[in-house]
Design a protein around this ligand. Structure first.
Ligand code: ATP
Ligand code: MG
Length: 390
């Protein structure tokens, strides 16, 4: 028996207190921690339940009780059998009834007392386990985040979407790199409509409208990104991205995001928060490893868990040399295993020059194509990789 808890609260002290109390409960772990109770919390919860199906949710209502109760309702609609412990400073009848009506299973009054917390964890542990069917309904979100510029984030995202489409997945590639806007370039596309139009039409967005105005790559996936003219994403805000992400994960099997490297951007953070898997892309040179370390530390501070993040080395050099850090050195520095290494290949530049993903021409891409498909297999759990996993 074990206890696994997801905590959502905008109150740092509350989260810290839960962390400390949980550390004293045997066989328990913190599955995820969200520093806010946002309207699309249910997506995050569902993505995290894929990795921690046994987890319960501790939801702090104290920050904004009214909107937190709405959030709780949405979470319970998405996962009706989720065990939710609501928490607030007040435990009067009205507060508790409102929480129960919104779907809470249990209630914990703040400030939380150690004994009461242990009792609550005991009830969670004894509660019937969820059936796992409810979690598989939403699409998966795979986000590629560059630890540095030029490490190959766009290349990997574009080809990942390409392979998923070749595997008949209904897939959307979203480019959130407002500086580079490179996915369209790599795909040889000149989209007429962009995220700006998505933002403008969110209230009436349905699948027909969306597919009618975004570009479809010949491989079958849809692609949408920033406008070609350089402009700030001011018109496409984080709340808009939340709504857009809700639409995408409800309608598509998979969403692939080129997040560029702007980790401090709020829309990028919104994408990271709904991601099933985050690929942190780096090469074996010192500046990118150092930055990867900084990015990981930031993500941990923002409440992400290590198992959400996969370290992906591009242009992976197996041979030891003074120029490149070894796999062991990277793993040691980042304190995390490397998930995969994609080798360098002249086929990448050739494909970019042609304006087509390298996976579109398997013969030309040769060994690179084979290894890359092994990466997609490993990431999606399709089957065990056959070659050169790092
Ligand atoms: N595995 C690889 N082998 C050889 N060249 C590669 C590989 N991956 C990427 N490249 C090359 O590196 C360059 C940068 O790639 P890409 O634009 O995908 O990186 P990025 O991290 O998205 O860059 P930016 O910071 O500009 O967004 C491209 O010219 C591409 O051809
Ligand atoms: Mg790029």
């Amino acid at each position: 028996m074990s206890i696994s808890l997801i905590v959502a609260s905008s109150d740092e002290h509350f989260r810290e207190m839960i962390r400390e109390n949980l550390a004293n409960v045997p066989n328990s772990k913190l599955a995820a921690e969200y520093p806010e109770v946002s309207s699309n919390l249910y997506i995050r919860v569902m993505q995290d339940l894929e990795r921690h199906p046994e987890a319960g949710l501790m939801l702090d209502l104290a920050g904004d009780p009214e909107s937190s109760l709405k959030t709780l309702e949405k979470v319970k609609q998405a996962v009706p059998d989720l065990y939710v412990i609501a928490s607030n400073y007040h435990a009067d009848g009205e507060t508790v009834i409102a929480a129960v009506r919104a779907g809470a299973t249990d209630f914990l009054v703040q400030p939380v007392k150690r004994l009461e917390f242990r009792d609550a964890m005991g009830r969670l542990e004894r509660a019937p386990k969820r059936s796992l069917i409810t979690t598989s309904r939403l699409g998966k979100v795979y986000t590629f985040l560059g630890a540095k510029g030029g490490v190959g984030t766009t290349t990997l995202a574009v080809n990942f979407a390409g392979v998923l489409a070749q595997r008949k997945q209904n897939c959307v590639l979203v480019d959130l790199d407002w500086n580079a806007c490179d996915t369209a370039m790599q795909l040889g596309a000149s989209p007429q409509y962009t995220l700006v139009e998505v933002g403008e039409n969110l209230s009436r967005l349905d699948q027909a409208l969306f597919e009618g105005f975004v570009t479809r790559d010949p491989l079958g996936f849809f692609v949408v990104g920033p406008p070609d003219s350089l402009e700030h994403h001011g018109y496409f805000t984080e709340p808009m991205f939340h709504d857009f992400a809700n639409f995408l994960v409800e309608k598509y099997d998979s969403v692939v995001v080129d997040a560029g490297r702007n980790i401090l951007d709020d829309v990028t953070m919104g994408a990271l928060q709904v991601s099933t898997m985050i690929f942190l892309v780096l090469d074996q040179e010192f500046p990118s490893i150092r930055n990867a370390q900084r990015y990981l530390a930031h993500l941990m501070r923002m409440g992400f868990q290590q198992d959400q993040i996969r370290i992906l080395i591009n242009r992976y050099q197996k041979k030891n040399s003074a120029q490149y850090a070894s796999l062991e050195q990277v793993q040691q520095t980042l304190n995390q295993p490397v998930f995969f290494g994609v080798p360098p290949s002249p086929a990448v530049v050739a494909a970019i020059n042609k304006g087509r993903p390298f996976v579109a021409d398997r013969e030309a891409a040769g060994e690179l194509d084979k290894v890359f498909r092994g990466f997609v297999d490993k990431a999606t759990g399709a089957k065990q990789p056959v070659a050169k996993s790092a």
